[in-house]
Design a protein. Sequence first.
Length: 235
Amino acid sequence: MNLSFWSIFAVLLIGISAFLFFGRDLYKPLIQGSRKSETVNSVKEAIGKNAMARLKPHLTRANLEELPTKLLLLGFKKERKLEVYFKRGEKYQLLRSYPFTAFSGKMGPKLREGDKQIPEGIYKIEFLNPNSSYHLSMKVSYPNEFDKEMARKDGRTQLGGDIFIHGKKVTIGCIPIGDEAIEELFLLAENALNQGIKVIISPHDFRFEPVFPEIESVDWEEKLYENIRLELYSI
């Protein structure tokens, strides 16, 4: 009995130690986030100078003298990158590309809470979060009307939510791009939010790879991907 007790104790101790060491990216942001009390303006003031300095070469290359007021964000799961476009006249032009710093799930849309899937579809940025547990973040409007319609068709409930683009290097269904990148994107988004910021999340870039993935868990992926393809082709 004593041997069994000490064996269980040793296993628990090893497990706790491993979590404290390897799980720092999970629990540290939660602790730090609970201490925050910022506003969008206070964050903008704190990060603005350095973030603007990092953005300046990209703005210059795009012949922009100031931050653009119309943005489009494209997230590609296979390529694991987030592309930032601005609108000049009737055309969109690439401004900046950020690699994902972590990834969860697989190809295919988000179907339910807790499935760790990054959504796929056409969304918008709902608001900026200056008190994120993951440095800074911005809310993606999942589930959209298409997601809800397909859920009703399938008889699914509990679709989940709280999908963000954020900093740090960990995710369970969101898009993380690291702290410096989210500071830059936060600054850009704050300047463009009043005009509306569309977000397109795709399994891969259909402009260069037009074949749609087959998703075994649903029978409506072709409709979803055709909607995304048409949006990408219109850029």
